[in-house]
Design a protein around this ligand. Structure first.
Ligand code: ADP
Ligand code: ASP
Ligand code: MG
Length: 439
């Protein structure tokens, strides 16, 4: 069996949706389960509309744009133009509610974002039927995707895979399932986080023990984001560990959590290009075959916050780090990078939400300085653990190019070196490092 996940980048208009359906058609023998994202740009638009409504703005223009975009796709596909009108109506009702309350909430924002996927699956399933493939649209929570109530970053409950497996056994048609969304046990809609359809695909893949194919708009995982480095090349095979580091440190091509269910079940994940389906893309496996490359890829995550913490009491007395991290834990702030010295700790988080509260809670124990508009650059490669001098090469190239580095961290796994630069230097840092290691 097979899970085929198509991202918004593969489903931007009617032509692209036809292409998606052709790819599904070519794999019918493998009994595919299709997992789908919202039509390209729609999740952003849904969020923008809700936020504007919360700020007391007239959003009739935004509501109309969302409607027109879906109506046009349906018309171009020669399907019933009103196919997703009940989802559009429901979305309008949620927006009305936000407009009256003059505020949103994490629960409401997850409900708002769910409409993109709810509409796209209905369109794709209808088009598959039109071209003679029996298909059926499902909202993921109706097939067993029940999650924790952590809105915006919900986690599937432990029995999710079992439920999905049992449900899908009974489905005769090609299932077309919403990525990204679920419901909590109380029945509220949840999301798995931006880019989370990849994670849905992995959970479904683990449930049915099938290969997980992530179809996107580039030829697999590349040595750098091809939008930043024109010469970036496809990595044929990459290990779970390396892919996980890359995803975690900003390679948007894969949601970081996608790897977990695959590792647990040891099933391969393939990253493929909808616009060049014959390209073999990247396969993520437990152990990648050895290559000559020392470095496999360079990832970059922009707009993070660097936090410098100086202990104001007894320097780094015992228990200080535990206290420090427990405050971040209290506000569910996940820390990406850490470096410590005798008197200070530097760490990074990916947004500034609740940082004021963290500061207040540490009052009297530590002084905190927050620097925004920073980027993490992460150089990844299993080959580097056997080759001396990689850090030296990395930092000397950056020095020669006058790029200032603020914090450095090398994990114990020795498959990555990460450091912080200003947002404005991030693309250049990736470009010069790519040139150093790949040309
Ligand atoms: P989808 O809509 O299919 O989920 P995304 O936009 O989420 O697509 O992810 C695909 C994009 O990820 C690519 O267009 C590319 O710009 C970006 N990307 C970032 N880093 C990498 C990388 N190392 N390899 C390939 N793509 C990358
Ligand atoms: N549509 C969601 C997003 O834009 C989920 C996804 O595309 O994976 O984040
Ligand atoms: Mg994505």
């Amino acid at each position: 069996m097979l899970v085929m996940k198509f991202g918004g980048s593969s489903a931007g208009d009617a032509e692209k949706i036809k292409n998606v359906c052709d790819i599904v058609k070519s794999k019918l023998a493998q009994k595919p389960v299709v997992v789908l994202s919202a039509v390209q740009g729609i999740t952003d638009k849904l969020i923008e509309t809700a936020e504007k409504a919360a700020n007391d703005n007239d959003v009739s223009k935004e509501l109309d744009e969302i409607k027109q975009k879906h109506h046009k796709i349906l018309k171009d596909l020669e399907l019933d133009e009103n196919l997703v009108d009940s989802q559009l109506d429901e979305f309008n009702k949620v927006v009305d509610k936000i407009f009256i309350m003059k505020k949103t909430s994490p629960e409401l924002m997850d409900e708002v974002q769910s409409f993109g996927e709810k509409m796209s699956v209905r369109i794709v399933a209808a088009y598959l039927n039109k071209i003679g493939i029996k298909a059926k649209a499902f909202d993921a929570y109706d097939i067993g995707m029940i999650t924790t109530p952590d809105y915006g970053k919900a986690e599937p409950l432990p029995d999710t895979e079992e439920k999905i497996k049992e449900f899908l056994k009974k489905v005769k048609e090609v299932p077309v399932v919403t990525g990204f969304i679920g419901k909590d046990s109380a029945g509220n809609i949840t999301t798995l986080g931006r880019g989370g359809s990849d994670y849905t695909a992995a959970v479904v893949g683990a449930a049915i023990n099938g290969v997980i194919e992530i179809w996107t708009d580039v030829n697999g995982i590349m040595s750098a984001d091809p939008r930043v480095v024109k010469e970036a090349r496809t990595i044929d095979q990459i290990s779970f560990n390396e892919a996980s580091e890359l995803a975690y440190f900003g390679a948007r091509v894969l949601h970081p959590k996608t790897i977990w269910p695959a590792i647990r079940k040891n099933i391969p994940v393939k990253i493929l290009n909808s616009f060049e389906p014959s390209h073999k893309g990247t396969t993520i496996v437990k152990e990648a075959s050895k290559t000559k490359e020392i470095i496999n890829a360079i990832a970059c995550k922009k707009n993070i916050c660097l936090i410098n913490i100086i202990s104001t009491r007894m320097l780094l007395a015992h228990g200080f780090l535990a206290r420090l991290f427990s405050v971040f834990e209290d506000y569910k702030k996940s820390v990406d990078m850490v470096a410590t010295s005798e008197v200070s700790v530097s760490l990074t988080v990916d947004n500034d939400k609740d940082l004021d509260k963290v500061k207040d809670d540490l009052e009297g124990v530590a002084a905190i300085k927050v620097e925004k508009n920073k980027a993490i650059i992460c150089v990844v490669g299993e080959g580097m653990s056997h080759v001396p001098g990689i850090s030296g090469r990395t930092f000397s190239v950056l020095g020669k190019n006058k790029i200032n580095i603020e914090m450095i961290s090398q994990g114990a796994s020795e498959i990555n070196i990460s450091f912080i630069v200003d947002n404005k230097d991030a693309d250049k840092a990736v470009q010069v490092l790519h040139k150093e290691f790949f040309s």
